[in-house]
Design a protein around this ligand. Structure first.
Ligand code: ATP
Ligand code: MG
Length: 555
């Protein structure tokens, strides 16, 4: 029991308290994206956190599009966001909402505030409003329109709604306190005039609510209990509470803030990703080097790995930045037992077994994953001509090189011992063929005739191998310099973040592979089938992550 209490994050502790004190009887959370861009790893944290809390407390999770701002929204984003949230495993089946469906309620709330003498129509220009607002050190000044009567305010607000005024000519403001130390409380604007079409409500409205007024109402209407958001909204919480209270919602939702997730040396800002796409530095929003959810999926990350990542990051009030290596750790952990370990040669040279019969093929039985028998076995063809990695042969090896070199014997994974007897080179001295002999007594599983060798290398059978393209990724950002160039705000791009290998060979057992399927390629890492470019007869693999890392879990 003690242990459970320790492992709870601060939000869970607050929820426990609220439930114990009877403030709420059940838990309802939400993820409220603006449909103005693609979701990224930071949003994934918010989705996993909010849907996870609903699950843990047997409550409800809502996906709500915060589409109250008609300028920036796009239906294309609604679909991509839904797909991303679903893929992450957050269940919003019966709970998909659009904030624009509440425009009527918001309008009524505004009228209620006017009637209570808590809101007024103001004719100051945006510049004047800014001037009157004061600064952090000085209080603001009351607007000359603050004293308007309830009747006049009701009439003017209705006229605003009926399209009598031009954009910016009048606004509705909450009447709170121009001397408040919190600038957000200095009679904030809650409605503006904007003659714009909205993707959902069309031309019905020419007044639109401001975020700080709309958001608490959206939460309250949906009976959200814990409205979890990021730290920059901490200063807005008094206004959030004011709106809920003055609009007389009961029970009142409660806002709790946590620190945003940042990854070191990784671009997450919409504006910056957009620039990378426009400049052709990446191949769209789902380029596997990006950390949009679509990109992570295309790279081969799984929902389980992202959940593990979010869990490891924890929830906190302290701003910090997490290493990308932790994300890599999570995908390795997730795939290690789940995925088959296949043979693929990324930089091939030919190996010929001189004493192996020319027309013979043996079908060896190979375990798919030595650590997980449940994944079964597969047949692996073995014959006289193979491909091996170029770096697994050296003419003149340095000390401690245990792979192939003239006179040395190695084990071919899942097959036999072979000994290098000679090699061929082209005119420039590049090795083209390695010649070996094999020992039939050393077949895998037979006890290797009592012999031992120090090196084991992987291979594919040349006549059966499938040619494939493999894409190896590095950080898009020059890690020496950091993401942003201080001088001009541009990004420090690493020009070697993508290496395309077009002449790789993979074993023939990929016939049923589908887009996004992932595999371990022994010794080379984890790879997944590229969902955009791979075709059954011309496969393309993305390297998700290499096998080894110096990363250690933080204690
Ligand atoms: P914008 O700059 O357009 O507001 P945004 O990333 O804040 O972009 P929203 O659609 O407003 O996008 O975000 C939806 C939700 O995701 C919000 O509740 C926000 O707090 C949360 N969120 C956004 N970025 C992060 C992040 N890096 N870490 C955790 N949560 C985040
Ligand atoms: Mg936002």
């Amino acid at each position: 029991m003690g242990e459970e209490a320790v492992s709870k994050n601060f939000i869970e502790q607050e929820i426990d308290k609220d439930l114990a004190e009877g403030v709420y009887t059940e838990v309802c959370t939400r993820f409220p994206p603006e449909p103005n861009g693609y979701l990224h790893i930071g949003h994934a944290k918010s989705i996993i956190l909010n849907s996870g809390l609903a699950e843990k407390y047997h409550g409800t999770f809502h996906l709500r599009f915060d589409d109250t701002n008609p300028t920036k929204e796009d239906m294309e984003f609604v679909e991509s966001i839904k797909a991303d949230v679903e893929w992450l495993g957050a269940d919003f089946k019966d709970h998909l909402y659009f904030a624009s469906d509440y425009f009527e309620v918001m309008y009524e709330c505004a009228v209620k505030l006017i009637k209570k003498g808590k809101a007024f129509v103001c004719d100051l220009s945006p510049e004047e409003i800014r001037e009157y607002r004061g600064t952090l050190k000085e209080p603001g000044k009351n607007s000359p329109y603050r004293g308007r009567s309830v009747e006049e305010n009701l009439k003017l607000f209705e006229e605003m709604k009926n399209g009598v005024y031009k954009d910016g000519e009048k606004v509705l403001r909450a009447k709170i306190d121009m001397a408040s130390p919190n600038i957000n409380m200095r009679d904030p604007v809650i409605y503006r005039v904007a003659h714009m079409s909205h993707h959902n409500t069309g031309d019905k409205w020419c007044i639109y609510p401001m975020y700080d007024f709309a958001h608490p109402i959206e939460d309250a209407v949906e009976k959200i209990t814990h409205s979890i958001c990021t730290l920059e909204f901490e200063d807005h919480r008094p206004l959030y509470d004011w709106v809920v209270k003055e609009c007389e919602f009961d029970p009142a939702p409660r806002q709790i803030e946590f620190a945003k997730l940042y990854l070191t040396n990784v671009v997450t800002g919409k504006r910056y990703i957009k620039k990378l796409v426009e400049d052709g530095i990446v191949d769209g929003w789902d380029d596997p080097r990006l950390v949009s959810i679509a990109a992570l999926r295309r790279r081969g990350f799984t929902p389980e790995s992202l959940r593990m990542f979010v869990e490891l990051c924890g929830v906190s009030k302290a701003q910090g930045s997490v290493d990308y290596a932790m994300l890599e750790y999570c995908i390795r952990e997730d795939l290690k037992m789940k995925r088959p370990r296949m043979m693929a040669v990324l930089d091939p040279i030919k190996l010929v077994i001189d004493n192996y019969p020319e027309d013979e093929t043996e079908w060896l039985e190979a375990e798919n994953n030595l650590e997980n028998e449940a994944l079964g076995k597969r047949k692996l063809p073995f014959c006289r001509e193979l491909y091996i990695e170029r770096e697994d042969f050296m003419i003149e090896p340095p000390k401690k090189y245990f792979r192939l070199f003239p006179g040395n014997e190695v084990r071919l994974m899942q097959a036999y011992f072979v000994k290098c007897v000679s090699y061929e080179t082209d005119d420039e001295g590049n090795v083209t063929v390695v010649h070996c002999t094999y020992d039939p007594e050393t077949k895998s599983g037979s006890g290797f005739a009592g012999r031992k060798v120090k090196g084991t290398i992987h291979w594919v059978a040349a006549p059966y191998a499938k040619k494939a393209e493999v894409r190896l990724y590095g950080n898009l950002i020059d890690e020496e310099k950091g993401v942003y160039n201080e001088e001009d705000g541009s990004m420090n791009i690493n020009s070697n973040s993508l290496e395309v290998r077009k002449n790789c060979y993979v074993e023939p057992n990929f016939a049923d592979a589908k887009p996004y399927d992932s595999f371990q390629f022994v010794r080379n890492g984890y790879f997944c089938i590229d969902a955009k470019d791979s075709k059954p007869d011309a496969m393309v693999f993305n390297r998700i992550v290499s096998l080894k890392s110096s990363f250690r879990l933080p204690k």
